[in-house]
Every structure is written in structure tokens, then in C-alpha cells.
Design a protein around this ligand. Sequence first.
Ligand code: NAP
Length: 492
Amino acid sequence: MTAQPHRITVIPGDGVGPEVVRSAQRIIAAAGVAVDWEEAEAGAEVFKRGDTSGVPRDTRASIERTRVVLKGPLETPVGFGEKSANVTLRKLFETYANVRPARELPGVPTRYAGEGVDMIIVRENIEDLYAGIEHMQTQDVAQCLKIITRKGSEKIIRYAFELARSQGRAKVTCATKANIMKLTEGLFKRTFEELSAEYPEITAEHLIIDNVAHQMAKNPAQFDVVVTTNLNGDIISDLASGLVGGLGFAPSGNYGDDVAIFEAVHGSAPKYAGKDVINPTALILSSLMMLRHVGEAAAAATIEDAVLVTLEEGKAVTQDLARQTGGDIEHAASTTGFTDSIIANLGKRPATVPKRAGAGAPAVAATPRPRWSYGADVSASVAHATVGVDLFLESWVEAGEAGRALEALAGDALTLQMISSRGTMVYPETGLKPDSVGLLRARFVAREAAADVSDAEIAALVLRVGERFAWTHVEKLHVFAGEDGYTKAQGQ
Ligand code: NAP
């Protein structure tokens, strides 16, 4: 117990949100942790009032003050244009680390019961395809830019190693698709390999993400901490939750340099709203991550034990769990009844779950404060040259004909190296006939090897080509310290 109450912003949220949030608040109070809750709004009601962000100014101000948020699920409007208030919150406060523990719980039946599944997925939360940079290149060709940065990668990877260190965990697995996306996912993998040297006591391994999915289904207990990019993490963290009992038991924390937001993985489950039947465990476990974050590790351990005892006893069982265990759904525990049982079990130790030496998942012991070493000053010192340009052209013209026309338009400084369609080379002709989609990429490179192509030469090329073809996108080709900053086309 602390003398000064913790100031924490609480967002009850939509649907079942207020019920699960209230459950966690009651347990925290019963455990003797003094919290000065600042109640704030976000989600459905806010959208209905015409605030298209879903996160009002007062809520933002409260979070700026308290820097810690316990949050119920927020409905995402299905209309057009409105962004998810959840994603807005994560982006506004740059919570770059999404941490999702998945641990076997007593009394929760799974296919892997008894194997000791106890892993933490650390997902990069800002970059990747979730940067939301999408364009229609033509009426029928859409693109989404996958943004991976060294700084973003370094922050999340350091976070994962620091987390492993703080919990005495032995292994960090980096999961990427670097075999296919050599530059984006490859940058993440290379950064992992560089940084792993700073953590010699921790085993560092890299696995291709599809193999991670396969291994998780086969032998999930082999994983300890898994660090990965945003989309990979989105998918495998849900997979990991499924291994240990599903949405009712899946907590999460979103950590930034200044702000941390704790929430259950599940949504607002509207059909159960106001019925006092929903399982609050996921939000309770999320609130334990929050307590550890604010320095209340002892209280978090006491509550965690009480949750484990309640699940172990199996006397108060919520509907969802009764359904999974073949129990009596008619007489299942209410949300309130389940919460009362946890409160009654405060101070007891579970019989079947061994105490951990470290701070103990599923919560994070303390929030690591990552640093990064790649600033603008370092980037500027790397020698780089522009060696060509990719021009994306809206065109249904047959590849051979387009190639001959573009050869003629290349000019004195540049030459047409190849044309590709959806990443596969179609000119010079390969004999294969990939399906045309109305978008070609023409790659022009400097006629003289090692020549630095000027902006004036590129601009002149774009104007010449633009007289004949509708171009949609221009991308310079760079070489950094002798390394190509672009990939070859398939078949090139
Ligand atoms: P959902 O609310 O998570 O509910 C899907 C199903 O999962 C429920 O019908 C229920 O399954 C089960 N479930 C969810 N929470 C549970 C709990 N605490 N205990 C036991 N079972 C639980 O997903 P959704 O229906 O796709 O989304 C509803 C709304 O929530 C949407 O507006 C969505 O955008 C939003 N959402 C918000 C967040 C967030 O705030 N972070 C996350 C996800 C979704 P049964 O039907 O089998 O009982």
C-alpha cells in the first residue's frame, strides 16, 4: 500500500466495458491499493456526439496528467471514415510496445493443459502496414506502404530484451518474414541480431513467422518472449491467446515512453452488455500489468494469486468457462459473483501454480526505458547515391510494346533496365505471361555505373514519360554505403 493514491485515468468504454472495469476496480480497492481514478470517456457515445476522433479533449488531457490508463473496450463505428478510437489512443500517446502474455491458467481447459505454456508476445504497435498509408494507384490497384524503421525496430527489440531480463526469462525469439521482405522485415531481423549481442545471458533466435505459427500449434511451451512487427504480432498474439483459453483470459498492455494503456484483448461483446455475465478475467489480468507498472508489484502478486485460486477452485465459474468445461451454464457465476470470489480469496496461494522467481507473467515487472542510437546525425553520415528511379505507370499496354516505347523515352543519362507487373519482371520479355492488372513499374537506372542521378534528370524523365503514359508514383533508387536500397523484381 502506498501513502499517496495513484492517479489513473479509467475509461469504462462500451458494451461490457463498464462491468469488467468495475470488477477490476473493486478488486484493486479490496487489495488495499489507493487509486484516485479520473473517469474519462471515449468510444461510441463520443462518436455519436459528432466527435470523429472518438477521444475527446478532456480525455486526452486526463491521460497527459496521469500517464496511466485502464481502459474498457471501445466500439469501432462501422460507418465510413471514422478511425478506431483504440488505434487513435495508441497513436496519440505513441504506445509503441503491445505486450500480450499468454499463460496456462488452472481450471481453464485447453488442448495444451499441463505443458506449461507461459509466453509473452511483444508486438511493435506503431509502424508496418498499420501506419495506414494507403493509396489507390489506379481505380483497381490498391497499395499499402509497409513502413519499418531502424528506430522503431530498435525500441521494440530493446523493450523485449529488457522485459526478458527483468523477468529472468531465458529466450527471445524474433519472428519475421525477412526471407521474402528482405528490406522491411530484414531491417527488423538485422536490428535484432545487432542488439542481441548486448544481452549475452539471453538466448536470441530468429524464426520465420509462418514457422512460428506452426511451432505454436505444435509445441507452444517452447516460446518465452517473442518480438515481432505489427501485423505478424497482431496475428500470433491472437493465436497465443487461443492456446490458453481465449478472449476471456487475454490481457494486454500498450507501453510508450510516457504513457501506458492497459486493456483486455476482447471487444465490447455488445450482446452481453448490462447482463452481469461476462468474464472479467482478461481486464483483471490487464490491471495487474498496470499495478506492476505503477510500482505495486506486491499487490499485483496478491491479486494474481487470488485469481488463480478462484480458477483453481472452480466454484465460481462464469458462463463462458462453464461452456468450455461442460459445466452448469444455468447456475454459472455472474461477473459480480466471480469478482466477489476473487476478493474473498485475497491472501490465499494457489496449490497448483508454482511461484515464479521473476516478477511473474502475465504482468510486466517494470516498464523498460529503451534508448536508441540511430539519430539524424548518424543517418546523414552514411554515403548514399541515387542510382535510378522506378516509375509506376497506369497502363494496359502489352509489356513488349511498353518496353520499346520507354526505351525510346529514357534519355541520355538513364536507361530502361526492366518493367515489372506486381513485382514480376515482364520486360525484357521472359516468355512468361503474367496476368496484366493495368499497372506497370518501369525501372530506369543511370547509363554510367556509379553515376549519381540528379533530380533534374528524374524530373525530365517523368515529364517525357508523362506525355505518353499516365504515371502514378515515382520512387528513387538509392544505394547506401554500397548496399542497394531496393529489391530486384522476381525473375530479374
Ligand atoms: P468481441 O467484443 O471481443 O466479442 C466476440 C465474442 O468473444 C463474444 O461474443 C464472446 O463470444 C467472446 N468474448 C468477448 N469478450 C469475452 C469475455 N470477456 N468473456 C468471455 N467471452 C468473451 O468482438 P466483436 O464482437 O468482434 O467486437 C465488438 C466491438 O468491440 C466492435 O465494435 C469492435 O470494433 C470492438 N473491439 C474493441 C476492442 C478494443 O477496445 N480493444 C477490441 C476488439 C474489438 P461468445 O459469443 O461465443 O460468447
